[in-house]
Design a protein around this ligand. Structure first.
Ligand code: AMP
Length: 192
């Protein structure tokens, strides 16, 4: 049985940071669709050209493009035993696609970690990140708000989708606190 996990939550919830420790704990590679798209942007690839304006606006890349990129990544040798997916799925269509993909590979999700962080805290973290990491999609308050809204409208329903389906443990974790505190909460929640 492979081990595919999700780390889920709004922009600036700390998914990328927590994924660093969680992937080691779970023993699977970290697969971040946001990082993959940004690599295409900085590499100026064909895909990078297609998604440039979409990322800058804070909207979602079309599902067919994103799913294809994930399928190719999950077909690589290092993810044969599983992966910690970060930033994917971002809507229920992608969630259903992932279920189908995993079922086609005779496996299913092993766990979903949801980081809960209030909107006000997200906004101030996003502003701080724009200054520190020079991420243009974090710098503009309108884009920041759009990304939070997109999460609420399109991504958050994935949590209800997984709960209703009842096939995977959904671990909801308070994402406010020091990196170490949140990491300890995640570990206590996922166990192992
Ligand atoms: P992130 O680093 O996860 O916040 O992703 C940065 C941006 O990449 C998002 O605002 C989207 O434009 C795009 N993106 C990342 N993951 C996905 C996904 N699963 N579906 C569609 N767009 C995505």
């Amino acid at each position: 049985m492979t081990r595919h996990f999700l780390i889920f939550g709004p922009p600036a919830a700390g998914k990328g940071t927590q994924a660093g420790a969680l992937k080691d704990h779970l023993g699977v590679p970290h697969v971040s669709t946001g990082d993959m798209f940004r690599a295409h942007l900085s590499g100026d690839t064909e895909l990078g050209k297609v998604v440039k304006d979409i990322l800058a606006s804070g909207q979602l890349v079309p599902d067919t493009i994103t799913n294809q990129m994930v399928a190719e990544r999950l077909a690589e040798a290092d993810t044969a035993e599983g992966a910690l997916l970060d930033g994917f799925p971002r809507n229920v269509i992608q969630a259903a696609w992932l279920d189908g993909y995993l079922a086609g590979h005779r496996t299913k999700l092993s766990g979903v970690v949801v980081l809960r962080v209030p909107d006000e805290e997200l906004r101030s973290r996003l502003v701080g990140r724009a200054e520190k990491e020079n991420r243009s999609d974090d710098a503009d308050p309108a884009v920041v708000q759009r990304r939070i809204d997109t999460y609420k409208e399109q991504s958050e329903p994935c949590i209800a989708y997984y709960k209703a389906q009842g096939m995977v443990d959904v671990h909801e974790v308070d994402g406010v606190g020091s990196i170490e505190e949140v990491e300890a909460r995640i570990r206590a929640s996922v166990g192992g």
